[in-house]
Ligand binder design. Structure first.
Ligand code: GDP
Length: 297
Protein backbone atom coordinates (compact mmCIF):
# COMPACT_ATOMS: atom_id res chain seq x y z
CA UNK A 1 0.00 0.00 0.00
CA UNK A 2 0.93 3.68 -0.33
CA UNK A 3 1.35 4.05 3.42
CA UNK A 4 3.65 1.07 3.63
CA UNK A 5 5.70 2.40 0.74
CA UNK A 6 5.79 5.88 2.24
CA UNK A 7 7.04 4.59 5.56
CA UNK A 8 9.77 2.51 3.95
CA UNK A 9 12.67 4.58 5.27
CA UNK A 10 11.36 4.71 8.81
CA UNK A 11 10.57 1.02 8.78
CA UNK A 12 13.94 0.04 7.35
CA UNK A 13 15.91 1.89 9.98
CA UNK A 14 13.57 1.42 12.92
CA UNK A 15 11.88 -1.95 12.55
CA UNK A 16 15.05 -3.66 11.39
CA UNK A 17 16.94 -2.50 14.49
CA UNK A 18 13.98 -3.42 16.64
CA UNK A 19 13.87 -6.90 15.15
CA UNK A 20 17.62 -7.30 15.75
CA UNK A 21 17.38 -6.04 19.27
CA UNK A 22 14.45 -8.29 20.25
CA UNK A 23 16.18 -11.26 18.65
CA UNK A 24 19.19 -10.78 20.92
CA UNK A 25 17.12 -11.29 24.07
CA UNK A 26 15.94 -14.61 25.50
CA UNK A 27 13.79 -13.01 28.18
CA UNK A 28 12.07 -9.71 28.80
CA UNK A 29 13.95 -7.56 31.27
CA UNK A 30 14.60 -3.93 32.17
CA UNK A 31 17.50 -3.57 29.73
CA UNK A 32 15.26 -4.62 26.84
CA UNK A 33 12.96 -1.71 27.65
CA UNK A 34 15.91 0.67 27.91
CA UNK A 35 17.02 -0.34 24.44
CA UNK A 36 13.48 -0.09 23.14
CA UNK A 37 13.21 3.45 24.46
CA UNK A 38 16.48 4.35 22.77
CA UNK A 39 15.28 2.99 19.41
CA UNK A 40 12.03 4.91 19.69
CA UNK A 41 13.84 8.15 20.46
CA UNK A 42 16.08 7.54 17.44
CA UNK A 43 12.95 7.32 15.26
CA UNK A 44 12.03 10.82 16.53
CA UNK A 45 9.22 9.99 18.91
CA UNK A 46 10.78 12.26 21.51
CA UNK A 47 11.67 11.12 25.04
CA UNK A 48 8.29 11.58 26.80
CA UNK A 49 6.47 9.59 24.12
CA UNK A 50 9.11 6.84 24.06
CA UNK A 51 8.75 6.54 27.85
CA UNK A 52 4.97 6.41 27.60
CA UNK A 53 5.10 3.67 24.97
CA UNK A 54 7.50 1.58 27.05
CA UNK A 55 5.27 1.95 30.12
CA UNK A 56 2.24 0.82 28.13
CA UNK A 57 4.05 -2.16 26.66
CA UNK A 58 5.36 -3.12 30.10
CA UNK A 59 1.81 -3.09 31.46
CA UNK A 60 0.66 -5.36 28.66
CA UNK A 61 3.57 -7.73 29.18
CA UNK A 62 2.62 -8.04 32.85
CA UNK A 63 -1.12 -8.34 32.31
CA UNK A 64 -0.75 -10.97 29.63
CA UNK A 65 2.18 -12.75 31.30
CA UNK A 66 4.24 -12.55 28.14
CA UNK A 67 7.74 -14.05 28.33
CA UNK A 68 8.80 -14.25 24.68
CA UNK A 69 10.68 -11.04 23.62
CA UNK A 70 9.53 -11.33 20.02
CA UNK A 71 5.95 -10.86 21.17
CA UNK A 72 6.86 -7.29 22.08
CA UNK A 73 6.55 -6.45 18.40
CA UNK A 74 2.85 -7.24 18.38
CA UNK A 75 2.31 -5.33 21.62
CA UNK A 76 4.03 -2.28 20.23
CA UNK A 77 1.80 -2.41 17.19
CA UNK A 78 -1.32 -2.44 19.36
CA UNK A 79 -0.05 0.19 21.78
CA UNK A 80 0.99 2.59 19.05
CA UNK A 81 -2.21 2.11 17.02
CA UNK A 82 -4.27 3.05 20.09
CA UNK A 83 -2.01 5.94 20.95
CA UNK A 84 -2.10 7.64 17.56
CA UNK A 85 -5.80 7.09 16.85
CA UNK A 86 -7.89 10.25 16.87
CA UNK A 87 -10.54 12.10 14.94
CA UNK A 88 -9.07 11.35 11.53
CA UNK A 89 -12.04 12.52 9.51
CA UNK A 90 -12.07 15.81 7.62
CA UNK A 91 -15.29 17.58 8.66
CA UNK A 92 -16.63 19.41 5.63
CA UNK A 93 -20.33 18.65 5.56
CA UNK A 94 -21.94 22.08 5.59
CA UNK A 95 -22.28 23.95 2.33
CA UNK A 96 -20.05 25.81 2.23
CA UNK A 97 -17.54 24.55 4.73
CA UNK A 98 -14.09 25.97 5.18
CA UNK A 99 -10.55 24.67 5.62
CA UNK A 100 -7.87 27.07 6.80
CA UNK A 101 -4.40 25.77 5.99
CA UNK A 102 -1.41 27.12 7.88
CA UNK A 103 2.27 26.28 8.15
CA UNK A 104 5.69 27.78 7.45
CA UNK A 105 6.96 28.11 3.89
CA UNK A 106 8.43 25.02 2.31
CA UNK A 107 6.60 22.42 4.40
CA UNK A 108 4.33 21.51 1.49
CA UNK A 109 1.37 23.76 2.24
CA UNK A 110 0.45 24.64 -1.34
CA UNK A 111 0.89 21.06 -2.51
CA UNK A 112 -1.29 19.86 0.36
CA UNK A 113 -4.04 22.32 -0.56
CA UNK A 114 -3.89 21.12 -4.16
CA UNK A 115 -4.05 17.49 -3.11
CA UNK A 116 -6.96 18.04 -0.70
CA UNK A 117 -8.77 19.97 -3.45
CA UNK A 118 -8.21 17.08 -5.87
CA UNK A 119 -9.58 14.58 -3.34
CA UNK A 120 -12.69 16.67 -2.78
CA UNK A 121 -13.14 17.13 -6.53
CA UNK A 122 -13.04 13.35 -6.92
CA UNK A 123 -15.94 13.25 -4.48
CA UNK A 124 -17.71 15.62 -6.90
CA UNK A 125 -17.51 18.54 -4.52
CA UNK A 126 -17.26 22.09 -5.78
CA UNK A 127 -14.07 23.60 -4.41
CA UNK A 128 -12.82 27.17 -4.20
CA UNK A 129 -9.27 28.11 -3.25
CA UNK A 130 -8.63 31.40 -1.46
CA UNK A 131 -5.16 32.79 -2.11
CA UNK A 132 -4.78 34.47 1.28
CA UNK A 133 -1.00 34.14 1.32
CA UNK A 134 -0.73 37.54 -0.31
CA UNK A 135 2.81 37.95 0.99
CA UNK A 136 4.44 36.14 -1.93
CA UNK A 137 3.44 36.47 -5.59
CA UNK A 138 4.86 32.98 -6.15
CA UNK A 139 2.41 31.51 -3.63
CA UNK A 140 -0.54 32.98 -5.53
CA UNK A 141 0.80 31.67 -8.85
CA UNK A 142 1.39 28.21 -7.44
CA UNK A 143 -2.11 28.07 -6.04
CA UNK A 144 -3.45 29.00 -9.48
CA UNK A 145 -1.64 26.04 -10.98
CA UNK A 146 -3.26 23.75 -8.42
CA UNK A 147 -6.69 25.32 -8.99
CA UNK A 148 -6.40 24.48 -12.65
CA UNK A 149 -4.98 21.04 -12.05
CA UNK A 150 -7.70 20.07 -9.60
CA UNK A 151 -10.58 21.76 -11.38
CA UNK A 152 -11.20 24.19 -8.54
CA UNK A 153 -12.04 27.87 -8.65
CA UNK A 154 -9.77 30.48 -7.15
CA UNK A 155 -10.20 33.89 -5.54
CA UNK A 156 -7.06 36.01 -5.51
CA UNK A 157 -6.03 39.60 -5.00
CA UNK A 158 -2.77 41.29 -5.98
CA UNK A 159 0.36 40.62 -3.92
CA UNK A 160 0.41 42.65 -0.71
CA UNK A 161 -3.39 42.86 -0.34
CA UNK A 162 -5.18 42.26 2.92
CA UNK A 163 -5.45 38.46 3.41
CA UNK A 164 -8.70 38.81 5.35
CA UNK A 165 -10.34 40.57 2.42
CA UNK A 166 -9.37 37.67 0.15
CA UNK A 167 -11.09 35.32 2.59
CA UNK A 168 -14.14 37.60 2.74
CA UNK A 169 -14.43 37.63 -1.06
CA UNK A 170 -13.89 33.88 -1.26
CA UNK A 171 -16.71 33.24 1.21
CA UNK A 172 -19.03 35.63 -0.64
CA UNK A 173 -18.21 33.89 -3.94
CA UNK A 174 -18.73 30.47 -2.36
CA UNK A 175 -22.15 31.48 -1.05
CA UNK A 176 -23.34 32.84 -4.38
CA UNK A 177 -21.90 30.00 -6.49
CA UNK A 178 -22.99 27.06 -4.35
CA UNK A 179 -19.45 26.00 -3.49
CA UNK A 180 -19.05 23.03 -1.16
CA UNK A 181 -15.62 23.69 0.32
CA UNK A 182 -13.46 26.80 0.55
CA UNK A 183 -9.76 26.08 1.16
CA UNK A 184 -7.70 29.06 2.37
CA UNK A 185 -3.99 29.31 1.93
CA UNK A 186 -2.34 31.55 4.53
CA UNK A 187 1.07 33.16 4.91
CA UNK A 188 3.49 31.05 6.94
CA UNK A 189 5.61 33.45 8.89
CA UNK A 190 6.48 32.35 12.37
CA UNK A 191 9.34 34.78 12.92
CA UNK A 192 6.88 37.63 13.12
CA UNK A 193 4.49 36.09 15.58
CA UNK A 194 2.51 39.21 16.41
CA UNK A 195 1.73 39.82 12.74
CA UNK A 196 0.82 36.23 12.12
CA UNK A 197 -1.40 36.14 15.16
CA UNK A 198 -3.19 39.36 14.17
CA UNK A 199 -3.63 38.13 10.63
CA UNK A 200 -5.04 34.75 11.66
CA UNK A 201 -7.30 36.39 14.24
CA UNK A 202 -8.67 38.74 11.58
CA UNK A 203 -9.26 35.87 9.14
CA UNK A 204 -10.97 33.86 11.85
CA UNK A 205 -13.23 36.78 12.81
CA UNK A 206 -14.39 37.03 9.21
CA UNK A 207 -15.01 33.30 8.93
CA UNK A 208 -16.94 33.22 12.21
CA UNK A 209 -19.02 36.22 11.19
CA UNK A 210 -19.74 35.13 7.61
CA UNK A 211 -20.01 31.39 8.20
CA UNK A 212 -21.06 31.05 11.85
CA UNK A 213 -22.52 27.57 11.53
CA UNK A 214 -20.15 26.11 8.95
CA UNK A 215 -17.86 23.14 9.44
CA UNK A 216 -14.40 24.59 9.87
CA UNK A 217 -11.05 22.83 9.88
CA UNK A 218 -7.81 24.56 10.80
CA UNK A 219 -5.02 22.35 9.55
CA UNK A 220 -1.36 22.81 10.33
CA UNK A 221 1.02 21.39 7.73
CA UNK A 222 4.28 20.01 9.09
CA UNK A 223 7.34 18.59 7.32
CA UNK A 224 8.19 15.17 8.78
CA UNK A 225 11.82 15.41 7.63
CA UNK A 226 12.39 18.11 10.26
CA UNK A 227 11.67 15.60 13.04
CA UNK A 228 11.38 17.08 16.51
CA UNK A 229 11.49 20.55 15.03
CA UNK A 230 8.07 19.86 13.53
CA UNK A 231 6.75 19.20 17.03
CA UNK A 232 8.17 22.49 18.26
CA UNK A 233 6.63 24.30 15.31
CA UNK A 234 3.26 22.76 16.09
CA UNK A 235 3.52 23.92 19.68
CA UNK A 236 4.14 27.49 18.55
CA UNK A 237 1.24 27.44 16.11
CA UNK A 238 -1.01 25.98 18.77
CA UNK A 239 -0.44 29.21 20.69
CA UNK A 240 -1.66 31.39 17.84
CA UNK A 241 -4.39 29.32 16.21
CA UNK A 242 -7.18 26.97 17.18
CA UNK A 243 -5.87 23.96 15.28
CA UNK A 244 -8.21 21.08 14.50
CA UNK A 245 -5.64 18.79 12.93
CA UNK A 246 -2.26 18.11 11.42
CA UNK A 247 -1.10 17.22 7.94
CA UNK A 248 2.33 15.60 8.05
CA UNK A 249 4.13 15.77 4.70
CA UNK A 250 7.25 14.14 3.24
CA UNK A 251 7.10 10.98 5.34
CA UNK A 252 8.49 9.18 2.29
CA UNK A 253 11.71 11.18 2.54
CA UNK A 254 12.61 10.42 6.13
CA UNK A 255 13.33 7.76 8.74
CA UNK A 256 11.70 10.05 11.31
CA UNK A 257 8.18 8.64 11.02
CA UNK A 258 8.08 8.40 14.81
CA UNK A 259 7.25 12.08 14.80
CA UNK A 260 3.59 11.10 14.25
CA UNK A 261 3.66 9.51 17.69
CA UNK A 262 5.14 12.62 19.26
CA UNK A 263 2.52 14.85 17.68
CA UNK A 264 -0.35 12.72 18.90
CA UNK A 265 1.07 12.22 22.37
CA UNK A 266 2.48 15.65 23.12
CA UNK A 267 0.06 17.89 21.26
CA UNK A 268 -3.08 15.79 21.43
CA UNK A 269 -3.93 16.90 17.89
CA UNK A 270 -5.37 14.44 15.40
CA UNK A 271 -3.39 13.70 12.26
CA UNK A 272 -5.78 14.06 9.31
CA UNK A 273 -3.51 13.34 6.34
CA UNK A 274 0.01 12.15 5.68
CA UNK A 275 2.07 12.97 2.60
CA UNK A 276 4.01 10.05 1.20
CA UNK A 277 5.17 11.49 -2.14
CA UNK A 278 4.72 14.30 -4.63
CA UNK A 279 1.90 12.82 -6.72
CA UNK A 280 -1.71 13.86 -6.18
CA UNK A 281 -2.74 10.53 -4.69
CA UNK A 282 0.26 10.56 -2.35
CA UNK A 283 -1.71 12.50 0.23
CA UNK A 284 -3.35 9.75 2.24
CA UNK A 285 -6.08 10.04 4.86
CA UNK A 286 -4.45 9.08 8.12
CA UNK A 287 -5.36 5.64 9.42
CA UNK A 288 -3.85 4.86 12.82
CA UNK A 289 -4.13 1.10 12.48
CA UNK A 290 -2.67 1.00 8.97
CA UNK A 291 0.10 3.35 10.03
CA UNK A 292 1.07 1.25 13.02
CA UNK A 293 0.93 -1.92 10.95
CA UNK A 294 3.13 -0.36 8.29
CA UNK A 295 5.61 0.66 10.94
CA UNK A 296 5.82 -2.69 12.72
CA UNK A 297 6.07 -5.24 9.94
P1 GDP B 1 4.92 25.46 0.62
O1 GDP B 1 6.01 26.49 0.50
O2 GDP B 1 4.70 25.07 2.03
O3 GDP B 1 3.67 25.85 -0.05
O4 GDP B 1 5.51 24.14 -0.06
P2 GDP B 1 5.16 23.46 -1.46
O5 GDP B 1 3.77 22.98 -1.47
O6 GDP B 1 5.59 24.34 -2.55
O7 GDP B 1 6.09 22.16 -1.38
C1 GDP B 1 7.49 22.21 -1.25
C2 GDP B 1 8.08 20.95 -1.91
O8 GDP B 1 7.78 19.80 -1.16
C3 GDP B 1 7.55 20.68 -3.31
O9 GDP B 1 8.62 20.32 -4.14
C4 GDP B 1 6.59 19.51 -3.11
O10 GDP B 1 6.48 18.72 -4.26
C5 GDP B 1 7.26 18.77 -1.99
N1 GDP B 1 6.34 17.93 -1.23
C6 GDP B 1 5.17 18.27 -0.64
N2 GDP B 1 4.61 17.22 -0.02
C7 GDP B 1 5.45 16.16 -0.20
C8 GDP B 1 5.43 14.77 0.23
O11 GDP B 1 4.54 14.27 0.93
N3 GDP B 1 6.49 14.00 -0.17
C9 GDP B 1 7.51 14.51 -0.92
N4 GDP B 1 8.51 13.70 -1.24
N5 GDP B 1 7.54 15.79 -1.32
C10 GDP B 1 6.54 16.61 -0.98
Amino acid sequence: SKIKEGLKKTRESFSASLDNMLGSYTEIDESLFEQLEELLVMADTGVPTAERICEEVKKRVKAQRVTDPTQIFEMLRETVAEMIAGDEELHVRTKPSIILVIGVNGVGKTTTIGKIASRLRQEKKKVLLAAADTFRAAAIEQLEVWAERSGSEIVKHPEGSDPASVVYDAIAAAKSRGTDVVICDTAGRLHNKKNLMDELAKINRIIDRELPDADKEVLLVLDATTGQNAVNQAREFQNVANLTGIVLTKLDGTARGGVVLAIREELKLPVKFIGVGEQVDDLQPFDAKAFSEALFT
